[in-house]
Design a protein around this ligand. Sequence first.
Ligand code: IPM
Ligand code: MG
Length: 375
Amino acid sequence: MTEYKIPVIAGDGVGPEIVREGKKVIDAVAPLEGFRVDWIPFPHGTEHYLKTGEIISEKSLEELGKSRALYVGAIGDPRVEPGLVDSIIVKIRFAFDEYVNFRIVKLLEGISGPIRNKGPKDIDFVVLRENVEDFYIGVGGRAKKGSSTVQLPLVRKIYRTTFQVGIQTDASEIGFHIGCISREGSRRIIQYGFDLARKMGKTRVTLLDKANVLPQMYNLWREVAQEVAKDYPGIELEFMYADAATMWFVRTPEHFQVVVAPNLFGDIVTDLGAAIAGGLGLAPGANINPDGTSMFEPIHGSAPKYTGKNIVNPIATIWAGALMLDFLGESKAAQRIVRAIENVVKTGRVKTQDLRGSAKTYEMGDAIASEAVKW
Ligand code: IPM
Ligand code: MG
């Protein structure tokens, strides 16, 4: 029997509640498909940081890197400043060069999405978000503090002189981050997009950017895409500005097949993607290095206000678990889980509050786990 050692970071907020359900479903299907999972808990997240001062050490990353797949709930907590512990997710992506962030935008049968007249046939595409470049490289700073001088007309008036009197202020202080993309970084994510389109029998790859205001970066991105596209006759390459894409996601979601986006715009449009597909509770994601350690997590965050209530929908996390099994080569087990999610949702038997029901997080997990072992 194959055994997988999978590190789990349940994380903050609702993380532990949803990860519990994801593990439950995988543990249910595993024996039927001839494998088992040895879950290795990792403590990282806000509690761990507050207790020990560790965000995530090189040593922990090294430990995580011994496995092919990591399973993560959610990280982030209002008790600490934004970007501090959430950086764990970004650090893992970078440490293992997980350059593909694969995100599904699919409205399941049985879910009523927020867009009138758009059903499951219309909302069914994937977004591939470049995951290790752009404005996420962590290069930035603060400068020009205390460098500006404000004139004081009143002082001048009192002393009846024209000499310059001023005080130092912080008015011109700046904060900045630098974004960049590389030719190779562009090539590999765009090529991944075209390969996926070919594998899925799709005919269009839509490339997002803001080449109109950041031409130095995104003209390179576009040039690379044009080169890559030459090897894929029959698949159209389409350029679209990211702002326009937010409009088209809502107006004509049926237009999209495979979308490839730079990191930051990809982050933004995939929350929108989740919303048009019925909400963040349903949207899974995968951070993939095809030849290395990959990480599987829901697109949503830690949802602090729901912590401990056991009312959030675990489907996003359970579905991310299916993506993980698929990545590990357990595609039949993955199919069982996806089919179970589809069936439970279609019949509307169990509905959590986001689906206008009152089922608990674990009731959804139980329903999917028992459905997944039915055939
Ligand atoms: C996401 C999240 C992360 C991101 C945060 C938690 C760092 O929003 O995975 O979409 O910005 O990538
Ligand atoms: Mg996000």
